[in-house]
Design a protein around this ligand. Structure first.
Ligand SMILES: Nc1ncnc2c1ncn2[C@@H]1O[C@H](COP(=O)(O)OP(=O)(O)O)[C@@H](O)[C@H]1O
Ligand SMILES: [Mg+2]
Length: 286
């Protein structure tokens, strides 16, 4: 059974009144377990709106979202439960840090779930480890941390509620390249241990290509494509019509293949490109 499904989901911020502008339009998709799903699209294409629909923060104007086969808005007595099952970190989540210590900030969610002190402690320590937060900063104020550490604290706070689905809305935006790499590695390792669904919104195509099993391409509230990164990034002309680009390595390898009259398969990952280039160089030597 799919973990999350959308059936004809539309959403308007004016809730069906007057001149309604739908920011999410008749979306249909299903997400299977243990997948990392990338979401790409131009600014204003509806990515954050979709994230909030999936976590039950806003209610579809039309259609249904199902979690493990159950309609979010019908079968759960309390929509709060949905926020615990589908964890969402907003863009710049560190703006929401508010406790005196990193520990207390991460503990906030599990405490709200009504867990015992001991269970909360286990959750906090596990989440800190997953998010790459060293033990010695747990008692520090979150406001004294570096940008990357603040971001990891905020992400740990959501991991600590142990959600079935984790949605990360542009988790690396504003970080320097090292901070970005560290966050991506933490997310990837967390996924490999938990085997849960992660929905990863990003405008960095390289990160989407490296991380994701499938990619949603949004444009003006429409789900234009939902396929493997390889298939999506083979469609460079469709993407450029939507104001998006393929990863740089994909463009480079296309030129290499044209010039060397070799394979024209789409390359989207650096490691595959390296292997491919070595093969081409070896062929030339023969
Ligand atoms: N709270 C809101 N009220 C009204 N319109 C909104 C609100 N939030 C977003 N929008 C509009 O909905 C569209 C989609 O926004 P959003 O989902 O934030 O896009 P993205 O995350 O892809 O940049 C945009 O045109 C935006 O201006
Ligand atoms: Mg957004």
């Amino acid at each position: 059974m799919p973990v999350i499904e959308a059936e004809n989901v539309s959403y308007s911020y004016n809730g069906g009144a007057g001149f309604d502008i739908f920011r999410v339009k008749k979306m249909n998709f299903s997400i299977e377990k243990n997948q990392i799903i990338g979401v790409i699209g131009h600014t204003g294409s509806g990515k954050s709106t979709l994230a909030q629909l999936l976590n039950g923060l806003i209610k579809p104007t039309e259609g249904k979202i199902l979690l493990n086969g159950k309609n979010l808005w019908e079968d759960f007595s309390n929509i709060r439960e949905v926020h615990f099952k589908v964890g969402l970190t907003f863009q710049y989540p560190e703006h929401q840090l508010f406790k005196d210590t990193v520990y207390d900030d991460i503990a906030f969610g599990p405490i709200n779930q009504g867990l015992s002190k001991q269970e909360v402690n286990t959750r906090v320590l596990n989440a800190a480890e997953f998010a790459g937060i060293s033990k010695d900063i747990l008692q520090r104020s979150p406001f004294d941390l570096s940008g990357g550490e603040k971001r990891r604290t905020a992400i740990a706070g959501i991991i600590a509620i142990d959600p079935e689905v984790l949605i990360l809305d542009e988790p690396t935006s504003g970080l320097d390249p090292i901070g970005r790499r560290e966050i991506l590695e933490s997310i990837y390792n967390y996924h490999n241990k938990k085997k849960n669904v992660i929905i990863f919104i990003s405008h960095i195509m390289e990160d989407i290509a490296e991380m994701c099993d499938k990619v949603m391409v949004l444009d003006k509230g429409n789900l234009e494509m939902f396929d493997t990164p390889m298939k999506v990034f083979s469609n460079s002309s469709i993407l450029s019509n939507l104001g998006l680009e393929v990863p740089q390595i994909t463009r480079i390898m296309k030129i290499v293949h044209q010039r060397t009259h070799t394979s024209d398969e789409t390359i989207i990952k650096i490691d595959d490109a390296i292997r491919n280039i070595i093969k081409i160089l070896d062929m030339k030597r023969m």
